[in-house]
Ligand binder design. Structure first.
Ligand code: ADP
Ligand code: MG
Length: 635
């Protein structure tokens, strides 16, 4: 019996109504249809599977590529008193077994799994014993080789459909070109063509591109002219810090963020930005997944992303509250060649890829024919250093080896330490380990945390150390000793990324990178990069129009608020003397740079530049070597 979905929405989430498309998608699921939902980031995709699952018997299995997001979503559900958990290769064997047992007993409504779990036949078999009512594929564009974020392990999702033939699938994504939509439907074997799509237009968002060789001063200039919270996206970790420092020096409150920071740092930085204590966050694309701040006024791109899909997603984090917001891309002359270089870096030679494969095997000490289905900690930086390998190309080689099905390279370093008590409760309180230190640590854990007997509980060694005055090393050693004694199971926090061997180690000469992964993917990257270049260099077409056409939406009128539309409108309504008057008026009280004119005067950019040089030629104004214009005093 389906329970009323409105009642569920208010009971568990406390929301009074559904957002656009949510109800349509939910109804489609409840009718048993395979369904694809295309909604922008922040549009509320989670509700579209969480609510119907609560209305049905049984559980939903949710496939999602990002482990840190799994944790966020599970925590979120637990807070709403909904039973949920996750399963990924970062968990230990014991942990996984425990989760599966509980699933069989129907203890959860939601099980989040990473796609590489589905490659294990053992796991697929076990699924038959679960009572599953819905399969959800989040970030479904990852299944498409046409997409910008193709994950080969997503292809194994189709196996689920064979194991669970009568269970409906809900695929969700924020960005998909028409090709990717078709790919999702084909790959997931949709029985019908139920696609619900929101328009890609964003009424309140102005797209702007600024050409400037001095990107930093352009960014400072924009941030000084727009109020409110902002994000600056850059492509390297080191730049996040550099630029944030520069912004601070210019009195713009800012902080930096990237995937290499500790979980605590990330959380702190994100909280400060969320609450408005930090105005601007300078970040790599690791920032943003799962953030939900409605009042971002400006998203700036210091570097071009590799595709318009990524650009649209990241830019779209501005103005979710519906108020006016800006998405500005700052480009310089060298960007074109930077983008081209990325193609070469993403596709190193086949020989190089095979070399990397062999060296990984040596580095991890895996014999030929060995390693199948095993997980290894993998210190990427050390690996590159030890074999003197170039970082970018090596990274790409691992990605291609992942896509070719040899390994699964997982970079996330998100796991916290966790503990479960294995010994019986009564036994434990009477237990003395004959080692005082162990007893103290055990008592400290028992006092600090609850729920240790039922499941793995996250612990924080530093906190215990401070509170109970035990050194972190002692805690670590004691917990390992207690693990060996089978009193508890301790999984220390992991900082290192890892590699799962999805095929036993091959000899180098048998390693094959197929055309479909190499040439075809390379061509597709070129296609995406070319579109990105066109967007960046475009001076005539409405920016929103370019984006919409790219996503297959040909129906919308020009936006009227991107820099191109505004420029075009301005050029219709003035004559040269108006421009000259404006310039001279602005220079009457102080010297100015070009951006002051462009931002203040409502004339087209080309016109302003023309009139400035005309005035310089005529000797009415002058420009110094720093690009500062002033009135010619001798006049
Ligand atoms: P997406 O996955 O599409 O990026 P989420 O599912 O994470 O978006 O939802 C974004 C935010 O919108 C969340 O904070 C969620 O609680 C909120 N939200 C979703 N649906 C509703 C609703 N019907 N009413 C109010 N808030 C909602
Ligand atoms: Mg989501």
């Amino acid at each position: 019996m389906n329970r009323d979905i409105n009642e569920i929405l208010s009971k568990y989430w406390g929301y009074d109504s559904f957002r656009y498309l949510q109800e349509d998608i939910i109804k489609s699921i409840l009718e048993g249809n395979d369904t694809l939902g295309l909604m922008p980031t922040g549009g509320g995709k989670s509700i579209t599977f969480q609510v119907p699952t609560m209305a049905m018997d049984g559980m939903a299995i949710v496939i999602t590529p990002i482990i840190s997001l799994m944790k966020d979503q599970v925590d979120n559900l637990l807070r709403r008193n909904i039973k949920a958990t996750y399963l990924h290769s970062g968990l230990s064997h014991t942990e996984r077994r425990k989760v599966i047992e509980k699933c069989i007993y129907g203890k959860y409504k939601f099980l989040y799994v990473s796609p590489e779990r589905l490659q294990s036949d053992g796991f697929l078999d076990q699924l038959r014993d679960f009572n599953i009512s819905l399969i959800v594929v989040d970030e479904a564009h990852c299944i498409s080789q046409w997409g910008y974020d193709f994950r080969p392990s997503f292809l194994s999702i189709s196996k689920l459909r064979t194991v669970l033939p009568n269970i409906p699938v809900l695929a969700l994504t924020a960005t998909a070109t028409p090709q990717v939509v078709n790919d999702i439907i084909t790959q997931l074997n949709f029985k019908n063509h139920k696609v619900f799509s929101m328009s890609f237009t964003r009424e309140n968002l102005s797209y702007v591109v600024r050409h400037n060789e001095d990107k930093l001063s352009q960014i400072i200039h924009i941030l000084n002219n727009v109020n409110g919270s902002g994000i600056v996206y850059v492509r390297s970790r080191s730049k996040t810090k550099q630029i944030a420092t520069e912004l601070c020096r210019h009195d713009i409150s800012s902080d930096y963020y990237h995937a290499g920071l500790s979980i605590e740092d990330k959380e702190e930085k994100q909280n400060k930005w969320n609450s408005g204590k930090t105005r601007v966050i300078v970040a790599t694309n690791a920032f943003g997944m799962g953030i939900d701040k409605p009042d971002v006024r400006v998203v700036l791109h210091y570097d071009c992303p590799n595709s318009l899909e990524e650009y649209y997603q990241e830019a779209g984090r501005a103005g979710r509250d519906g108020h006016k917001a800006y998405a500005a891309l700052v480009v310089s002359h060298s960007d074109n060649s930077t983008l081209s270089k990325r193609i070469a870096n993403q596709f190193p030679s086949r020989e190089f890829i095979k070399d990397v494969y062999e060296r990984v095997g040596i580095f991890l000490n895996i014999a030929i024919g060995d390693g199948y289905n095993k997980t290894y900690d993998f210190n990427f930086n050390l690996f590159c250093k030890q074999f003197k390998l170039p970082v970018l190309a090596t990274h790409s080689a691992l990605r291609l080896l992942t896509q070719a099905g040899y390994i699964e390279f997982i970079e996330e370093i998100e796991t916290l330490s966790r503990v479960i008590i294995l010994a019986d409760k009564n036994e434990l309180y009477n237990l003395h380990t004959a080692n005082n230190k162990l007893d103290i640590v055990l008592q400290a854990i028992l006092r600090q945390y609850t729920g240790l007997f039922a499941d793995y509980v996250f612990i924080n060694e530093e906190l215990i150390s401070k509170k109970f005055n035990i050194s972190v090393e002692d805690i670590y050693d004691s917990l390992l000793a207690l693990t060996r004694m089978h009193i508890l199971h301790y999984v220390p926090r992991k900082r290192s990324p890892y590699i799962v061997y999805t095929t036993a180690r091959e000899e180098k000469k048998y390693v094959l990178i197929p055309k479909s992964i190499y040439e075809v993917q390379k061509e597709r990257l070129e296609f995406r990069i070319n579109h990105m270049k066109k967007y960046a260099s475009n001076t005539t077409m409405c920016r929103q129009d370019i984006l919409l056409k790219y996503f297959g939406d040909n129906s919308m009128p020009l936006c009227g608020k991107c820099d191109i539309c505004i420029d075009n409108r301005k050029s219709l309504t003035y004559n040269d003397n108006d421009v000259i008057d404006g310039i001279l008026y602005m220079l009457s009280n102080k010297p100015r740079n070009i951006h002051d004119f462009l931002d203040t005067l409502s004339f087209s950019k080309n016109k302003i530049i023309d009139m400035l040089s005309k005035l310089v030629d005529e000797g009415l104004i002058e420009i110094d070597s720093n690009g500062i214009y002033k009135k010619n005093e001798s006049e």
